[in-house]
Design a protein around this ligand. Structure first.
Ligand code: F6P
Length: 364
């Protein structure tokens, strides 16, 4: 490698608080080695159209670690290996245009790509590594569903926001003696629901890992009522599903398709509880509030550590790896050990056991 390295950096998939902190650390650590950094706009799109590449210096990134979102923009649609393209006849075809990215990367004489993303974006990063691009992955997702790292940045912020929302729902639910069902994000993993539900003293937590029986949920609410607790908060992960039933998607699209989002199970659960318990019941979806605003101190620090570690790993030429938190250290692990699998909540984890021990119902 040449002495003065040229590093490219992009952010892909849904945004997560902490993305800017990674960018800040990468740029500062590179600058302190006399390297250059170029920001690729909107995931991989900036490498398809090379006008969407911006030089990044300390001036642009200093103190952006406290700001949510990503200064580079992001997308969960621009996979260069499977790009929908409208042909001359007006039909949409899926084409592999990844060679354009590789050609542009080489033409710009870039030395390495730091790809910040969740499973989808890291999968794309690994495919580019196989095509010869030196890549380092940085794991991000509020869902915390990526393996190889104890935690991803963005998760702590999302849990804090969800816990704060649950805390606020207690007073209104108690005043009206209502059941309030709150649906949180997480896709096929229940981490956000589990952590915020326990911290927010929910009556019931429903997660994808534990199929639920709505009658058991209702029994638990009514058993609490007999003890004098005349209201309840039920936290439902968007991927939770009744035993024997399927996950619910927004708009009823086919679950599992890339363009189909999960959502609606909170409303379903609320309707069932109202019907079966006759209690006044409301539901709300926290949605993208969980991804907005400043990262917590934990996420900021983790993201800064990930960014700086990415630069050290480039120095060691350990390409094709991802930075990962393995307390107390941040280390490099091979990307192919991470992609293609989801990190679910282990049912025997002490957090699940804690919830059960303190009387929280999982509907099982
Ligand atoms: O993966 C992060 C996430 O926020 C999921 O929890 C959620 O299902 C999805 O992204 C929402 O995606 P979009 O930003 O496309 O609405």
């Amino acid at each position: 490698m040449s002495e003065r390295l040229k590093i490219a950096i992009n952010t892909g998939g849904g945004d997560a608080p902490g993305l800017n902190a990674v960018i800040e650390a990468v740029v500062m650590a590179a600058y302190n080695r006399n390297w250059e950094v170029f920001g690729i706009k909107n995931g991989y799109s900036g490498l398809l159209d090379t006008e969407d590449i911006v030089p990044l210096s300390p001036k642009q990134v200093r103190r952006i670690s406290s700001i949510g979102g990503t200064i580079l923009g992001t997308t969960n649609k621009g996979n260069p290996f499977e790009m929908p393209i409208t042909n001359a006849a007006g039909d949409v075809e899926i084409r592999d245009i990844s060679d354009r990215v590789v050609d542009n990367f080489k033409r710009l004489r870039l030395d390495c790509l730091v790809a910040i993303g969740g499973d989808g974006s890291l999968d794309i990063a690994y495919k580019f590594f196989q095509k010869g691009i030196p890549v380092i992955g940085v794991p991000k997702t509020i869902d915390n569903d990526l393996g190889g790292t104890v935690i991803t940045f963005g998760f702590d912020t999302a849990v804090s926001i969800a816990t704060d929302a649950i805390d606020r729902l207690h007073s209104t639910a108690r005043s009206h003696e209502r059941v309030i069902v709150v649906e949180v994000m997480g896709r096929h993993a229940g981490w956000i629901a589990l952590h915020s539900g326990i911290s927010g003293a929910a009556n019931t937590i429903l997660i994808p890992e534990i199929p639920f029986d709505i009658d058991k949920v209702c029994d638990h609410i009514m058993a609490d009522e007999l003890q004098g607790e005349r209201y309840a908060i039920v936290v439902v992960a968007e991927g939770a599903a009744p035993a024997g039933g399927g996950q619910i998607s927004q708009g009823g699209g086919e679950v599992g398709r890339q363009d189909v989002l999960l959502g609606g199970v909170g409303q379903y659960v609320a309707e069932e509880i109202a019907k079966k318990t006759k209690k006044d019941t409301r539901s709300l979806v926290l949605g993208h509030l969980q991804r907005g605003g400043s990262p917590t101190t934990f996420d900021r620090l983790l993201a800064l550590r990930f960014g700086a570690a990415a630069i050290r790993i480039i120095e060691e030429e350990k390409f094709g790896s991802m930075v990962a938190l393995d307390p107390p250290i941040v280390k490099a692990i091979p990307l192919d050990q991470v992609i293609g699998s989801i990190k679910n909540v282990p049912l025997d984890s002490d957090i699940v056991l804690t919830a059960r021990d303190i009387g929280i119902c999982f509907g099982d």
